[in-house]
Ligand binder design. Structure first.
Ligand SMILES: *[C@@H]1O[C@H](CO)[C@@H](O)[C@H](O)[C@H]1NC(C)=O
Ligand SMILES: *[C@@H]1O[C@H](CO)[C@@H](O)[C@H](O)[C@H]1NC(C)=O
Ligand SMILES: *[C@@H]1O[C@H](CO)[C@@H](O)[C@H](O)[C@H]1NC(C)=O
Ligand SMILES: *[C@@H]1O[C@H](CO)[C@@H](O)[C@H](O)[C@H]1NC(C)=O
Ligand SMILES: *[C@@H]1O[C@H](CO)[C@@H](O)[C@H](O)[C@H]1NC(C)=O
Length: 473
């Protein structure tokens, strides 16, 4: 990779899943644009989704902390909260992270200049939310953990699934992420598959070195527009790399429509196609990849052509790219052990690219460490970090217990926030155990809380925030 890419935690398809399984009431809460200064009294409407069907008085609030995208898709893919809400008589709330979906502080101007975009940060987002038991996956998982750390009096505990809170400078070696993707493809897809990918980069660069080759690749891979400039080669390489990452992330044992519609076990499907292709030369190799790509790009058989820039122009990505340029600086690199093209981590280059794209530079690489404590988690409590070890983002996850109150569980065969999905017949034993662990943790937090806040007759001892149902107004 010759230039810096902003690696999304999730690369979204622009359309929502067809069948909406879970129902909500949509509500809005007025929040300050800037929680931390006295110079502006501007407010905006933050969207949240509420389901009160299981709620009974004094039940907890199960609060999903939002993600880098419209909240609807996450609400449809976090069935775990619905599965356990009846047991706890919980109110379910899914908050939309500011600057995503319809929660735009400055309407359609929000993305037009740093003047407006500058209020997009994790800290501002956390201050938008209170109170509760926090749930989140991926960036949402980071927010769930940080919400508990920053606001322990309003947040009883957090289930932080696949939260790469250590994917920052000096906390995690920069090559770990791509190494895991490589291991997943080697382990589940066989050596030929990862070798084909590993060899493909120089084949692509060599075939695409002239116009005839560029147009050959464009035809082979059904690209919407023909590759023209040398810069386009970098783009197509990024596009491929992101697809491999995504396939590993959502390698669930049943068919899903989380990022895009996909078959069960997509890594195996993808590699099965590559492995069945007995190619002999460069064009054969590129053809094999083209066929296999359809597993990801064309599962529904309705994709007309492949747009290699598609993820760049959707709003969800734009917001995450901005955050990646300000506070979420996650160093990534790959070397010859990986199936990806070699790339170094170059902070200065990264910063220059950010300036070109958004007119901002990262303050420094340490912001999340200074703001959220880095590895010093021992001062906090009531957080369960869960990670699927087949998930590339487990590279930056908390994989071992820190204290008796900051717990980690691993799902050896699990992909990206697998445990937050609804129960399914294809669930593995490991993900079932993880969900039981979560339920036990929540039971324990509520038990301790109630012991402290209610007298022996069950009468409420204090006025406090947990049973505050303002969110229902
Ligand atoms: C809440 O979710 C349940 C289960 O999906 C559904 O039956 C119910 O109608 C929903 N309630 C609201 C208020 O949308
Ligand atoms: C916000 O601040 C402006 C300027 O100081 C003031 O004129 C306005 O009344 C304030 N609005 C509210 C809702 O407080
Ligand atoms: C924002 O929307 C308004 C009204 O819908 C429209 O007049 C304006 O041109 C839009 N501005 C931008 C920057 O898109
Ligand atoms: C998707 O599949 C359909 C049906 O097989 C085919 O006509 C179309 O060209 C494919 N699109 C892409 C982008 O490969
Ligand atoms: C952390 O401790 C719990 C017991 O409280 C245990 O079940 C779990 O397996 C431990 N996590 C790891 C990653 O060892």
């Amino acid at each position: 990779m010759q230039y810096v890419i902003f690696l999304s935690l999730l690369v979204f398809s622009s359309t929502l899943t067809k069948d909406l399984k879970y129902a909500f009431d949509t509500k809005y809460i007025e929040v300050p644009v800037d929680h931390f200064s006295f110079t502006s009294n501007l407010t905006f409407k933050l969207r949240y989704l509420v389901n009160d069907s299981f709620y009974e008085s004094r039940g907890p609030i199960f609060f999903y902390t939002g993600n880098e995208g419209s909240i609807d898709m996450f609400a449809q893919n976090t069935g775990f909260m619905f599965d356990i809400a009846p047991r706890f008589k919980a109110l379910i709330v899914f908050a939309e992270h500011r600057y995503y979906g319809t929660s735009l502080p400055f309407g359609n101007l929000s993305y037009t200049s740093p003047k407006y975009l500058g209020y997009l940060s994790s800290g501002q987002a956390l201050a938008d939310y209170l109170p509760v038991i926090a749930f989140g996956g991926s960036y949402g998982g980071m927010l769930a953990a940080w919400l508990r750390m920053k606001y322990p009096s309003s947040v009883l505990g957090a289930i932080a699934s696949s939260a790469p809170i250590w994917q920052f400078k000096n906390l995690t070696p920069c090559e770990n992420f791509y190494r895991i993707v490589t291991n997943v493809f080697e382990g589940l897809g066989g050596e030929k598959c990862s070798e084909t990918i590993r060899n493909s980069w120089k084949v692509i660069r060599s075939v695409a070195s002239d116009d005839a080759g560029k147009s050959k690749i464009s035809t082979l891979w059904n690209l919407c527009s023909t590759l023209k400039k040398d810069e386009d080669i970098n783009k197509v390489i990024d596009w491929l790399s992101n697809i491999y990452i995504n396939i590993a992330m959502v390698n669930y044992p049943y068919s899903t429509s989380f990022l895009v519609p996909l078959p069960a076990n997509p890594v195996r499907e993808f590699c099965g196609k590559i492995n069945s292709y007995n190619y002999k030369d460069n064009i054969g190799l590129l053809t094999a990849i083209g066929q296999a790509l359809e597993v990801y790009t064309n599962y529904t058989k309705t994709t007309k052509c492949n747009d290699i820039g598609k993820t760049a122009d959707n709003l969800g990505d734009a917001g995450w790219n901005f955050q990646s340029c300000t506070e979420m600086i996650m160093p990534m690199c790959s070397n010859s052990f990986d199936m990806f093209e070699n790339s170094n981590w170059d902070f200065h280059k990264y910063s220059d690219d950010c300036y070109k794209e958004f007119g901002v530079r990262p303050r420094d690489e340490d912001v999340p460490i200074l703001e959220y404590g880095g590895k010093e988690l021992k001062y906090s409590s009531n957080i369960v970090f869960s990670n699927g070890l087949m998930d590339p983002w487990s590279s930056g996850g908390v994989l071992s217990n820190i204290t008796t109150k900051i717990l980690a569980i691993v799902i050896p065969d699990g992909a990206h926030h697998f445990d937050l999905r609804a129960a399914n017949e294809q669930d593995t034993g490991t993900v079932k155990s993880a969900r039981i662990f979560h339920v036990d943790a929540i039971e324990h937090w509520l038990y301790r809380y109630r012991l402290e806040h209610f007298d022996s007759l069950g009468k409420y001892k204090y006025q406090d925030t947990f049973y505050n149902t303002n969110l229902l107004d």
